[in-house]
Design a protein around this ligand. Sequence first.
Ligand code: GLN
Length: 306
Amino acid sequence: MDYQAVLEEVAAHARPFVRQGRVADYIPALERVPADRFGIAVADIHGEVYGVGDWEVPFSVQSISKAFSLALVMGQSHDGHDDIWRRVGREPSGTPFNSLVQLEAEDGIPRNPFINAGALVVTDRLQTLTGDASTSMLHFLREESGNPDLAFDQAVADSEAEHGDRNAALAHFMASFGNLENPVPSVIEHYFWQCSIEMSCRDLAVAGGFLARHGLRADGSRLLEAREAKRINAVMLTCGTYDAAGEFAYRVGLPAKSGVGGGIIAVIPGRCTLCVWSPGLDARGNSVAGAAALDHFTTLTGWSVF
Ligand code: GLN
C-alpha cells in the first residue's frame, strides 16, 4: 500500500469539509484553535509513519485519552481479575457524551468507558492503581509516541476545570452510588489533565500502535493480551464516537475514538493506526472533516472491518 499517495487523496477529498462544523467552545481555551487546520497520519505496525497537512501540529487530545486510560487500566489489572467491568458497561449509550440521564436509572453504572461518566470511573481506577493517573498516562504516551516533549496544556486543563460543572456533577452522582474509589475533586482533576495533553496526529497514530499490534507496545513488550486489545477495539467501534457510533460504523467501519479537540484515532488491527485532526465538530462532537477523511480512507483501501 502506498500510504503517502492514499493520504494525499484522502486529504484532497476531505478538504471541502474543513471549516465545516463548529470548533468546541464549551471549553473556552479550545476555541482559539484555527478552524482551517487539517492533518492525517498513519503509523503501520512496524513503526513507519506517513502524514499529510498539519499532521505534526499538536492539538488537545480530549476524549481520545479515554482509549489510553482504559488500556492502561486493563494492562495493569488484566481483565477477569479486575472489577472495572462491574463498574462500567460495554454498551453504546445513544446519548451525548456528557449526558446524565441514564445514570440514575442504571444505579450510577455508566453505559461504557468512552462517555464522560465511564471515563471518570476508568480514571478513578487508574488513580487507585498508579497513585497519579494523569502523569502515568503522560509518561506512557511519551514512551509510546517516542516524543519526550508531550505535555499537559495547563490553560486547557484550567479552562475545563472552570467550566467543568457537568463533569463534576457526573462524578458526584456516581460517588453517591459508591462507584468512585477516590475523592471527586481528585478524579475530575486527573480527568481534566489527561484530556488536556497536546499531541499531533503523528504522536497519536504512533502511540496507538499497540491497538493494531494486538496489545504489543512499541518496544515489543506486552501492554495487553491480544484478547484485551480486541475488546478495546470492539468498544471503540461500538462506543468510541458517542451517539454517532452507528453512523461511524456505517460510514467508516473501524474502531475509532474521537475528541472535542477535533482529533479521531482509528485502528486497523494487524495493519496500522490512523489519526486525523480538524477542529470543526458536528453536533455530536466529532470532527466533520475527520469523519469524511476516514470514510474515504476505508472506501479507497477496502480496509474497513465490513
Ligand atoms: N474533556 C472533555 C469533556 O469532558 C472531553 C469530551 C470529548 O472530547 N468528547 O467534556
